[in-house]
Design a protein around this ligand. Structure first.
Ligand code: B16
Ligand code: MG
Length: 216
């Protein structure tokens, strides 16, 4: 029995990874090294601070604390330049219909994202009202694969973890869902998300009943 669906944001509801990539690439260039799309895969679902640490290790670069903070600020300012221009056309295929179907069945919907910009993004794409609770990088201290973000999202709507299913596109997010003792649907391929209970490429043509039937 599932009473709550918890959705990751980037890579599940909307593809903001491309904007993160452009902003991180600009930062890497400003620091004098290259950052490729292949490298960017390592940042999915990872917090902003941890992402910068990974990028600096790729560039074999160290920053003093003040420069580290400035780099975080610059990257986020550049990222927001993109985010402030997005709209509903950025919602991934089938997501709006899937969310509406979940809610019509009386199942709660919550967001469980590492992003500190999650609410802004949901506002830009017009989906804030489709969530009973929004838990994001501002509400938690421990990043995925720690289960905190998903446990907080379940608690916000008063649903036991065992009655939640998480939709995730990142390996760290799948780990977090399993650590929370929740069911997990991986959005993507088995090479990255093999530990998820079931996998699907996205939400196009999929409804909640189909997902619930496939879950173990
Ligand atoms: P921000 P998710 C994550 O979102 C992204 O996948 C990850 O690439 C990003 O570094 C992280 O949010 C933090 O984002 O800089 O906006 O706080 O997949 O957990 O929805
Ligand atoms: Mg994600």
């Amino acid at each position: 029995m599932i009473d709550c669906c918890i959705f990751d944001l980037d890579g599940v509801i909307v593809d903001t990874a491309k904007y993160h990539y452009l902003a991180w690439k600009r930062l890497a260039t400003s620091l004098g090294f290259d950052f490729t799309e292949h490298d960017n895969e390592r940042l999915k679902g990872v917090s902003r601070v941890e992402s910068l640490k990974i990028i600096l290790s790729i560039g074999k670069t160290e920053l003093a604390p003040a420069a580290f903070e400035l780099a975080l600020k610059n990257k986020n300012d550049w990222y927001l330049d993109y985010i402030n221009k997005i709209g509903a056309e950025e919602i991934l295929p089938g997501v709006s219909e899937f969310l509406a179907g979940v809610r019509a069945r009386g199942i709660k919907t919550t967001l469980g994202s590492a992003s500190k910009n999650a609410r802004l993004i949901l506002e830009r794409i017009g989906l804030v009202d489709q969530f009973d609770a929004i838990v994001d990088g501002n509400s938690v201290t421990n990043a995925k694969p720690d289960p905190e973000v998903f446990l907080t999202a379940a608690r916000a709507v008063n649903v036991a973890p065992e009655r939640c299913v998480v939709f995730e596109d990142a390996a760290a997010g799948v780990e977090a869902a399993l650590n929370a003792h929740m069911k997990c649907v991986g959005i993507g391929s088995a090479d990255v998300l093999g530990k998820a209970h079931i996998l699907m490429p996205g939400f196009a043509g999929v409804d909640i009943d189909t997902v619930l039937k496939r879950l173990p």
